[in-house]
Write a protein that binds this ligand. Structure first.
Ligand SMILES: [Zn+2]
Length: 441
């Protein structure tokens, strides 16, 4: 198809959060008869359909009424080698790693296996409306390369890195710090800023990374511009006790990363369920963000995330699915789970649909330093969006038939929409996923 010179004008109800609802009122913007104008893969306009139509008579119209347009979702914490261990319920973090996750991750030594899993992984991201993801790669460089290749082939925005560990896991998963440095340097050469890919330095967690390995991370971040950083922090009480034992000089868990300059802007710390106020203040001052993974926190029994304390301290928070400690792909269910756990947490926050959309989109883009590029429909941003249209006889379709208020419609979408409602997903205006139902049309 030859693109129309005036671009494409999509017509459907539309939601986005161009502002932070934890800091500003009216952060959720919605248009009941909305329009999204796309030119050359970029957002050229977003608002009421009628005004956009009038202002841009030469744009080709795509009528998507009957469904809803949301910005593409941003998953800020997910493990590619854990796709096949989803659903392992009944264990806490360290036992789950030993018995479930790590033996599966060791299989990533086989590049053919890694390629197969990588293709399924990026397909699942797209099929759930995730257009940008910060991903823990594998402990093996070729498998991590396979993830980047699969992400690029699928057209997704993948930020990832080889997972680094030199102790206390399965020996197959360990690298020496020297080898980690060499392999990461080469992956960074190959994939950082190639297309939409970015590289994130990724020590698994302080538990499995010696001081020498954390020093390698610091060196890599110094040697290359624009790298991101990701790891785990304060997830589980048993894990935290081990980290305290392994780093007796550290005042707390965060201090281990701080010693090596790793807590900084562009760093995403997963979980942080059991943070002290002192740590929260330092995270906020340093500019690191926290990936909140409510399904994982509940499934592994890690604890209730203190969202209010993070927000009050000024720490950036976004959502992550934490596949496979979590319960699957998709930021809608993660938003719902965040809402539910806040309902029952001591001092929990009452989240509305605008908070959930922000946490699933722009907050993630901000955590990754990509808010100039994606996360909402601001002018000039990449046209990354998900088109949701519930199956005709589904409960969600029934609710939406009677519901008029945009906030309640969005709340119903977070409550009831799963992958079956994802019709089409685009990154930079290019289709990265279309459901079978969309293909039939
Ligand atoms: Zn994780």
């Amino acid at each position: 198809m030859i693109p129309a010179p005036g671009g494409e004008l999509l017509r459907a109800p539309l939601f986005h959060t161009p502002r932070n609802p934890f800091r500003e009122d009216k952060a959720l913007e919605s248009y009941t008869d909305g329009g999204l104008l796309i030119r050359a893969g970029r957002v050229a306009g977003c608002g009421d359909y009628a005004s956009l139509r009038e202002a841009h008579p030469d744009a080709a119209e795509v009528d998507l009424r009957g469904g809803f347009i949301l910005p593409g979702f941003v998953d800020t914490h997910i493990h590619f080698p854990q796709l096949r261990v989803l659903g392992g319920l009944g264990l806490s973090l360290l036992d789950w790693l030993e018995h479930s996750a790590l033996p599966e991750e060791a299989r990533m030594a086989d590049p053919l296996h890694a390629c197969r899993v990588a293709r399924g992984f990026v397909r699942a991201l797209a099929a759930h409306g995730t257009t940008t993801a910060l991903v823990f790669g594998a402990h093996f460089a070729p498998a991590t390369a396979a993830l980047f290749e699969a992400g690029e082939a699928a057209g997704l925005r993948i930020v990832a890195g080889q997972v680094l560990s030199d102790r206390l896991l399965l020996p197959d998963l360990h690298q020496t710090p020297d080898r980690a440095y060499r392999e990461c340097s080469s992956l960074i050469q190959s994939f950082h800023r190639r297309g939409q890919s970015l590289y994130a330095v990724t020590p698994r967690f302080a538990f499995s990374a010696s001081e020498a390995m954390l020093e390698v991370c610091q060196t890599l971040l110094r040697e290359h511009e624009g790298l991101l950083f990701q790891t785990h922090l304060n997830e589980d009480l048993q894990e935290m006790a081990e980290v305290a034992r392994l780093f007796p000089w550290a005042a707390d868990y965060l201090a281990v990363y701080e010693r090596f300059g790793l807590s900084r802007s562009g760093a995403v710390m997963a979980h942080n369920v059991h943070a002290t106020d002192f740590e929260l203040d330092r995270l906020a001052a340093g500019g690191a963000a926290v990936a909140h993974c409510p399904c994982s926190n509940a499934a592994l029994g890690s604890g209730l995330f203190p969202l209010r304390r993070h927000i009050n301290a000024g720490v950036r928070c976004a959502l992550g699915t934490d596949v496979g400690g979590g319960t699957g792909f998709g930021l809608l269910k993660e938003g719902l789970q965040a809402y539910m756990l806040q309902r029952i947490a001591p001092d929990g926050m009452l989240l509305d649909a605008g908070h959930l959309l922000y946490l699933a989109t722009l907050a993630g883009a901000e955590a990754l330093g990509l808010s100039g590029e994606t996360g909402d429909f601001g002018p000039g941003k990449s046209a990354d969006f998900v088109y949701l249209r519930p199956p005709e006889d589904s409960p969600l379709a029934a609710v939406l038939e009677r519901e008029q208020s945009p906030e309640r419609i969005l709340a119903a979408i977070f409550t009831l929409a799963g992958a079956e409602s994802v019709r089409e997903v685009r990154v930079g205006g290019a289709v990265v996923y279309r459901s079978a139902a969309a293909e039939e049309q």
